[in-house]
Write a protein that binds this ligand. Structure first.
Ligand code: BGC
Length: 816
C-alpha cells in the first residue's frame, strides 16, 4: 500500500470516515482506493467473536472458543512462558475465526480489591503485570494477530468508569499505573492500544495528549494505533489532536461529521487528520498483509483445552493446609458440597466473557474417574433453604474429607459494577460454619475473581483457591486436590483481613466526579508492608505439597556501579513431592530522600525440583531495580546508598537477605518530609490527608462538585440526573428499561445489570454511540434540556432528532 499516495487521493469525507469503525468490530473501507476493512474481537483470556446475527445487541452471544484461565489465575501461576503459549493459542483461534486483532490484554493495576473487573486484570504489582503482559502480547503477535493493550490508563474501577477523573500524582502514575504499559509497549510493540473511558487528572483519556502522544509515542516510541474504548470518545476533534486514531464502535458517522465540520472551519488542519491516517493505514496494511501471508494454520481446540488445563492447574493457590489434609490420597469417603462444584463459575462477566468450547465441571471429572462421592448442592442460586443446608451437613458427617465449593457467584463480580464489600455470599459462609461443626476435615475450595474475607479461616484445615480457571477448571482442581500435581501458584495480590485495612478504603470509588488516589505509590503489599498491617494472605503466598529450602545467597559484587548485579542462591526440594517453587526477589531501599515502599518485587522465577534435587537460581538485576520516578528531573532516578536484597517464598516469607551499596551520580531528589510527612510514616496514618496529597501532586486536584439541575452537561450521567430533577429520574428509569431491551433475550442476569449500569453510569454523550447515532449530539442536547426542566423544547428537539436519524443504524461504510 502506498500510504502517502493514498492519503493525498482521499477526499475529506473519506478521510473522516476512516477515523471511526463501521460496526462494533470493523474498521471502515474505501473500495475505490483498495483500503480494506479490518476486524477485531474481545479476547483477554479467550476469543469473544460475536455471532453475526446480533449487530444490534449489546454483548451478543459469541462463537465457541477455548476459555483459558482468567488473567487473575494466569497471574497466580507467575508463568511467563505460559502467558506466551496462551497468547499463541489465542492467535490460532483468532486466525481460525477470521479475527485480525484481539482486544486484550487488560493490564490495569488492582488498586482496590473491589474493582468489578479485577478478574480480567493480572496483579497489584506492576512488575509482575509487565512480565506477563509482554509475553502474552508477543505470543499473540508472533502469529501476526494484533493485540490491544487496555485500558490506557488509570482505569481501576467500574463505578462511573466512563466519566470519573482518576486524580493521581505523577510518581504513582509512572511507577504503578503506567509501568506495565511502558514495558510492554517498549518490548512487545502491541499493534494497538485502547484508551480508557475515564479522565486522568481532569482530562479524558480519549483526548489526553499528554498520555497518547507525549508519553506513549514520544517517550516510549509506540508505533501502532490508539483505539477508543467502546464509546469512550469525549471530544473527537481534541482526540485527533491528542493522538486518538480510531473511534470505536461506530457512532454512525456522528463524530466523523464533527471532524469534517472542524476541517471545513479550519479548527483543525488536514495534516492533523493525515497523521492519524498514516498510522491507521499502516496498521490496516499490516494486518491485511498478515492475513494474506498466512498459510493454512491448524487450530487444534483439543490441544488448547489441554493447555487451558495446565495453565489453570498452575494458577491454583493452596492457601492453607494444616496437618497435610491435602492431597486426597487414599481417603475412602468423600463429600462434595456446594453447587459451584457442579455448575462451576469458571469465568467473569462482561465483554471478556467467552462461550467455552468444552467446559468440564469438577463433578464430571469425578464421574469420569469413577470416584465415589456424595454430593449436595447446599445453596441455591438465589435462596438457600434450610433443607439444602441440612442435606449438605448430613452427607458431610463422618466422611474422610469434605470438599466445600464456595465462592463469588456472578452477581458479585462483573464488568460494569464494583463489589460493595469483600464478603462471600452469606449462605456460603454459613455452609462452612455448619460443616465444621460435624467434620473437622473440611477443605474449602474457592471460585473467586478477587480477594474475599474468610471469617471461618481458623476452623478449617485447608483452603484451596481455584480463582476462575476457564473451561478446564474442574480438571485442574481434580489434579491438584487428588495430588497429581503439587499446587504451585502464588497470590499476585494481597488478601487483607478487612476492607478497612486497604489503603484505598476511604477513597474508593470516589465521586461524584473524581476519585483521589491519595495512597500514591502505596498500592497492595507496598502499603500493607509499610504500614505494618497484618494480612489474611500476603502477596506472593502459596503453599505446596513439598518443602523448599533456600541457602547460599551470593552477589557478584557488594558494590553496584552501573546498575548491574548478579544474584544467585540455592534452592532445594526437601520434601517428598516433585514440585515447582516460585522464588521472589524483592529490593528494599534502606534510606532515601524520597519516600519509598518497604520492598518491591524486581525478579521472580519458577523452579521445578524433584525430591532432594537442588539448583542454583540466578537472578540478574539491572538499573530498574534501584530506580524511582523523579518528578524533578522527569526521569527514572537512582539515589546512591545501601539496598537490601530479599529472597522469599512470599512477600512475608523472606528466606535470605543481603545488602549491597549502589552508586549514582544523581543529586536532585524531591523531598516531601516537611510538606507531606504522612508518606514517610505510614504506620501512623489512618487516612491520607488531602493537603499532603495535593503537596505531592504538585497541582490542585480537579473540581468535584455535585451536579445541579443547572450544571448538568453532556458528561453528567443519568445517575447524576436522577438526583437533580423529576425528569432526570424518569429518564433514568426509561434508560434502565431500554438498556435491558438491547441485551440479547437469553442473556444472563448479570449481563443485563452490566448493560443497565453502563447506560446510566456513562456520560450522557455516550448515548450517541450506545444508540448507534440514533441519538446524536442534538439528541443529547435535547435530553439535557429535558433534565433541566425545559420539557417542551427538549421533547420537540428530541423527536426531531429521532425522526432525522430513524434509519440508523445503517450498515453503510460511509455516512455522508
Ligand atoms: C470494554 C473493553 C472491551 C470493549 C469491547 C468495553 O466496554 O471496556 O474492554 O474491549 O467494551 O467489547
Amino acid at each position: 500500500m502506498d500510504i502517502k499516495k493514498i492519503i493525498t487521493s482521499l477526499t475529506l469525507e473519506e478521510k473522516c470516515a476512516l477515523l471511526s469503525g463501521v460496526t462494533s468490530w470493523d474498521t471502515a473501507k474505501i473500495d475505490r482506493l483498495g483500503i480494506p476493512s479490518t476486524n477485531c474481537a474481545d479476547g483477554p483470556y479467550g476469543l469473544r467473536k460475536e455471532k453475526p446475527v446480533s449487530e444490534k445487541d449489546i454483548l451478543a452471544p459469541s462463537e465457541p472458543a477455548t476459555c483459558f484461565p482468567l488473567s487473575v489465575t494466569l497471574a497466580s501461576s507467575w508463568d511467563v512462558e505460559m502467558a506466551h503459549r496462551i497468547g499463541q493459542a489465542l492467535a490460532e483461534e483468532a486466525i481460525d475465526q477470521g479475527v485480525q486483532t484481539v482486544l486484550g490484554p487488560g493490564i490495569n493495576i488492582k488498586r482496590s480489591p473491589l474493582c468489578g473487573r479485577n478478574f480480567e486484570y493480572f496483579s497489584e504489582d506492576p512488575y509482575l503485570v509487565a512480565q506477563l503482559a509482554t509475553a502474552f502480547v508477543k505470543g499473540v503477535q508472533s502469529l501476526g494477530v494484533g493485540t490491544s493493550l487496555k485500558h490506557f490508563a488509570v482505569n481501576n474501577q467500574e463505578f462511573k468508569r466512563m466519566m470519573i477523573s482518576s486524580e493521581v500524582d505523577e510518581r504513582a502514575l509512572r511507577e504503578i499505573y503506567l509501568y506495565a504499559f511502558e514495558k510492554t509497549i517498549k518490548e512487545a510493540q502491541p499493534y494497538t492500544v485502547m484508551c480508557s473511558y475515564n479522565r486522568i487528572n481532569g482530562i479524558f483519556a480519549s483526548d489526553n495528549k499528554y498520555l497518547l502522544t507525549d508519553i506513549l509515542r514520544n517517550e516510549w516510541g509506540f508505533k501502532g494505533i490508539v483505539l477508543s474504548d467502546w464509546g469512550a470518545v469525549n471530544d473527537r476533534v481534541l482526540g485527533i489532536l491528542a493522538g486518538l486514531d480510531i473511534e470505536m464502535p461506530t457512532s454512525e458517522g456522528t463524530f466523523d461529521r464533527v471532524v469534517l465540520k472542524a476541517l471545513q472551519e479550519n479548527k483543525i488542519m488536514e495534516s492533523d487528520v493525515d497523521e492519524c491516517l498514516e498510522r491507521i493505514l499502516t496498521y490496516v496494511d499490516k494486518v491485511t498483509e498478515n492475513k494474506a501471508k498466512r498459510k493454512e494454520t491448524k487450530c487444534n481446540y483439543e490441544a488448547h483445552h489441554k493447555l487451558a488445563r495446565e495453565a489453570a492447574a498452575n494458577g491454583i493457590v493452596l492457601l492453607k493446609n494444616s496437618f497435610n489434609l491435602l492431597p486426597i490420597l487414599g481417603k475412602k469417603s468423600i463429600a462434595v458440597v456446594g453447587s459451584l462444584a457442579k455448575h462451576m463459575r469458571f469465568e467473569g462477566s462482561g465483554s471478556s466473557q467467552v462461550n467455552p468450547m468444552h467446559m468440564v465441571s469438577f463433578t464430571e471429572v469425578l464421574d469420569q474417574q469413577a470416584i465415589k462421592y456424595d454430593y449436595a448442592p447446599a445453596y441455591g442460586n438465589k435462596k438457600t433453604s434450610s433443607d439444602d443446608l441440612r442435606k449438605a451437613v448430613e452427607i458431610a458427617r463422618g466422611k474422610d474429607v469434605v470438599l466445600a465449593f464456595i465462592g463469588l457467584t456472578e452477581d458479585y463480580e462483573s464488568e460494569g459494577f464494583d463489589r460493595k464489600n469483600l464478603e462471600l455470599p452469606p449462605s456460603h459462609n454459613k455452609l462452612i460454619e455448619e460443616l465444621v461443626k460435624v467434620n473437622k476435615n473440611v477443605v474449602v475450595v474457592l471460585s473467586i475473581g478477587s480477594p474475599v474475607t474468610m471469617p471461618w479461616i481458623n476452623s478449617v484445615p485447608s483452603v484451596v483457591n481455584l480463582y476462575l480457571g476457564g473451561e478446564a477448571m474442574g480438571e485442574a482442581a481434580y489434579s491438584v486436590l487428588f495430588g497429581y500435581l503439587s499446587p504451585n501458584g502464588k497470590l499476585a495480590e494481597t488478601f487483607p483481613y478487612s476492607l478497612q485495612d486497604n489503603p484505598t478504603h476511604h477513597h474508593f470509588p470516589g465521586g461524584p466526579k473524581t476519585v483521589e488516589y491519595r495512597e500514591s505509590i502505596f498500592v497492595g503489599y507496598r502499603y500493607y508492608d509499610r504500614a505494618n498491617k497484618n494480612v489474611l494472605f500476603p502477596f506472593g503466598h502459596g503453599l505446596s505439597y513439598t518443602k523448599f529450602e533456600y541457602s547460599d545467597l551470593k552477589f557478584d559484587s557488594k558494590e553496584v556501579r552501573n546498575g548491574q548485579l548478579k544474584v544467585s542462591f540455592t534452592l532445594q526440594n526437601v520434601g517428598a513431592y516433585p514440585a515447582t517453587e516460585i522464588v521472589q526477589l524483592y529490593v528494599q531501599d534502606t534510606e532515601s530522600t524520597i519516600f519509598r515502599v518497604e520492598k518491591a518485587l524486581k525478579r521472580f522465577a519458577r523452579v521445578f525440583l524433584k525430591p532432594n534435587e537442588k539448583k542454583v537460581v540466578h537472578l540478574d538485576l539491572d538499573a530498574t531495580a534501584w530506580q524511582f520516578y523523579n518528578v524533578l528531573t522527569r526521569n527514572w532516578s537512582i539515589e546512591a546508598g545501601e539496598f537490601d536484597i530479599l529472597i522469599g517464598a512470599s512477600s512475608r516469607d523472606i528466606r535470605l537477605t543481603g545488602t549491597v551499596y549502589v552508586f549514582s551520580n544523581e543529586r536532585v531528589f524531591p523531598n516531601y518530609r516537611k510538606v507531606a510527612p504522612q508518606y514517610y510514616r505510614l504506620y501512623k496514618v489512618e487516612d491520607f490527608s488531602k493537603d499532603q496529597f495535593v503537596a505531592i501532586m504538585g497541582h490542585p486536584i480537579s473540581e468535584n462538585r455535585r451536579y445541579t439541575r443547572w450544571t448538568i452537561d453532556e458528561n453528567a450521567t443519568l445517575l447524576d440526573a436522577k438526583k437533580v430533577s423529576l425528569n432526570g429520574l424518569i429518564l433514568y428509569h426509561a434508560f434502565m428499561k431500554i438498556a435491558k431491551k438491547y441485551v440479547a433475550k437469553d442473556a444472563p442476569r448479570n449481563t443485563i445489570i452490566m448493560a443497565q449500569k453502563s447506560a446510566v453510569g456513562g456520560p450522557l454523550r455516550q448515548l450517541i454511540s450506545f444508540s448507534r447515532g440514533v441519538i446524536d449530539q442534538e439528541g443529547v442536547h435535547a435530553i439535557i434540556l429535558i433534565i433541566k426542566g425545559r420539557l417542551l423544547k427538549g421533547v420537540r428537539l428530541l423527536l426531531q432528532t429521532l425522526k432525522k436519524n430513524q434509519n440508523r443504524p445503517s450498515k453503510k461504510s460511509l455516512y455522508f
